[in-house]
Write a protein that binds this ligand. Sequence first.
Ligand SMILES: [Fe+2]
Length: 174
Amino acid sequence: MTTNHRDADRRSRVAAMIRLAGMELTDDEVARIEITDLGLGNLEAEGVQIATMVSTPRLAFKAIALFGGQTMPQHRHPVVGDDPGKEETIRVLSGECRLYVPGEDTLARGYVPGGKEDAYTVRNELVMRPGDQRTVEPGTWHWFQPGDDGMVVLSISTTARDTLDEFSDPAVVR
Ligand SMILES: [Fe+2]
């Protein structure tokens, strides 16, 4: 299979997951689903799939899907000019979402991807289920991970400038 066919197949699986979770998508939104390994070369272990429904200079509304075994690497949304950085609310639509933020290390249900201890330094674990939500303040390190069956969450935020996000792992290329 070529990369394009693989991406199209994965995009279809992601669209099905998001729709099953109750968020309808247009064909155009499906075609624009972003699939990225963040340059780390191991999409099944570290990466993310994102459908963007709204992205304006003031706000963003996205659905983030992760498959079981896949982790969204630790990152934060920095100050950009006059903008204090993206404030992001994560609300769970389906599955279990383990969200990690600064605080006491309570990591228990989740795990740090193999050999990446230095890249996952905030380990206050919040185990969230459908209907749960949490707001991550601008500039706050965070990462998330699903249960074995994967997850779909909404990301409701101020404007997204994904290419400027900071990652703990220096190997990340956004
Ligand atoms: Fe984020």
